[in-house]
Write a protein that binds this ligand. Structure first.
Ligand code: HGY
Ligand code: MN
Ligand code: MN
Length: 435
């Protein structure tokens, strides 16, 4: 393996431990596993995504797995159980990233899944169930505005495939699938049946400050917050910057600016778990001497419960309507993603907490995830649980994202303990879990 680029942050490490999953994330953190020469951006079905899947498939094979690419472009490694074709424990996370990403969001969960299997294979251990490690291709929605596309395909909950969705280069999802050799008509063949699956486990960096503040290396997720993603459009009238009087303007950008401040005020006025974010904004026609005609921006609203999320969304919608009515600007709000709050399975979560206590000697820290994860989609297919790893200052979606090697090693030990305990009791069928 070529020399691994140093971790971007040179964290004070417990020198005794080098976590191969962390080192592999560092290896994947640069071109050709990134679509950008500097920093990390790995887009669904891009060249970097393809190179990454080739490299990760090699690591899956070295760990004793077979690998395949499913109809949605997910990379899936399988480690057979004691009987070929047995239902599988799915261990997954995503390989795509946001723009200017950190190296561990998503990818670390896939690397830890491979490491679990490598440890079992080294010992020649076979379990009453198979293990499948899934590297989801599109969780972030960073190429096309439809996040969790590929876990929805696996969970069988993808009602429409947005083939006309367009990426930054103007390519449609349909074009990109075609060039990747994927047939849109067969996309849904990626779906599993509940009978094929024992449960779903996802390890992921916390992307928040809670575990670091509690000085805990790992934590157990009790639930994942509800999430809305909207696309907001405001259309006014373009005008000459020099001749159009201020009183006669229908300035779309001024309307959007007022809207953003109001969105922030409403987000900040709710309970602590309510958040509202505008991450993308595009202005047209975009000339310095033209009064802006149209603005489109993203709107991301989340909360621990659907009720808090929905009430905030209603307040924001009303505020935006008032602003645009007053300014004579047209408003359009399109819902792009509606993710319900997802409780993790209590039985699995209790088992995971027991494993944390056994490995760390401390009671497991339980927390809600404000970040979305493929686990919230996979809950429609099978019981899910999530293990969080402490990350440096809670930083994520940022090149300064960092995780400690010793924490990743602790997470590996917890996952192995959890899996062996799951194997020690008769692998319960999904109906037993969901009872
Ligand atoms: O947006 C999220 O919460 C996740 O990073 N996709
Ligand atoms: Mn992310
Ligand atoms: Mn993630």
């Amino acid at each position: 393996m070529s020399p691994i680029p140093p971790s971007p942050n040179g964290l004070p490490e417990a020198a005794t431990v080098v976590s191969r999953p962390v080192s592999r994330c560092d290896h994947l953190g640069v071109h050709p596993f990134s679509d950008t020469q500097d920093g990390l951006f790995r887009a669904y079905l891009s060249d970097a995504h393809r190179s990454t899947c080739q490299q990760v498939a090699q690591w899956m094979h070295a760990a004793g797995m077979t690998s395949r690419t499913d109809a949605a472009g997910n990379l899936i490694g399988r480690y057979e159980g004691q009987t070929p074709g047995a239902p599988a424990l799915l261990i997954g996370s995503h390989l795509d990233t946001v723009r200017n990403a950190g190296r561990y969001d998503g990818t670390l969960g896939v690397m830890l899944g491979i490491e679990v299997v490598a440890h079992l294979a080294e010992r020649g251990e076979r379990l009453p169930f198979a293990i499948e490690v899934i590297g989801f291709g599109d969780e972030e929605g960073s190429r096309f505005p439809a996040s969790m596309l590929t876990s929805r395909a696996v969970a069988g909950t993808l009602d429409t495939l947005p083939l006309d969705a367009v990426d930054a280069s103007g390519s449609t999802l349909g074009d990109v699938l075609y060039h990747a050799g994927l047939d849109p008509a067969r996309y849904r063949e990626a779906a599993y049946t509940p009978e094929q699956v024992v449960a779903y486990l996802e390890a992921h960096i916390e992307q928040g400050p809670v575990l670091e503040a509690a000085d805990m290396s790992v934590g157990v997720v009790t639930a994942i917050a509800a999430q809305y993603r909207f696309k907001v459009s405001m259309v006014g009238v373009a005008g000459h910057a020099g001749t159009m009087p201020m009183s006669l303007r229908k300035d779309a950008l001024a309307a959007a600016a007022q809207a953003l401040v109001e969105i922030e005020r409403i987000g900040a006025s709710g309970p602590a778990d309510l958040v509202a974010t505008v991450g993308q904004l595009h202005v047209g026609p975009g000339a310095s001497n033209v009064v802006p005609r149209q603005v489109t921006f993203s709107l991301d609203i989340r909360a621990g419960t659907a009720d808090v999320r929905d009430r905030a969304a209603t307040k924001i919608r009303t505020a935006l309507q008032d602003i645009t009515d007053t300014r004579g600007v047209a408003l359009r709000i399109e819902l792009q993603n509606d993710l319900a709050p997802t409780p993790c399975d209590p039985e699995l979560t209790a088992r995971l907490a027991t494993s944390v206590a056994r490995v760390t000697g401390q009671p497991a820290h339980r927390l809600v995830s404000g970040a979305g994860h493929d686990a919230m989609v996979m809950a429609a297919l099978t019981p899910v649980c999530m293990l969080f790893l402490r990350c440096h200052k809670g930083i994520s979606h940022n090149p300064a994202e960092a995780v400690r090697h010793d924490d990743a090693h602790t997470a590996l030990l917890v996952m192995l303990d959890f899996i062996q305990a799951l194997a020690a009791t008769p692998a319960p069928t999904p109906t037993e879990f969901s009872a």
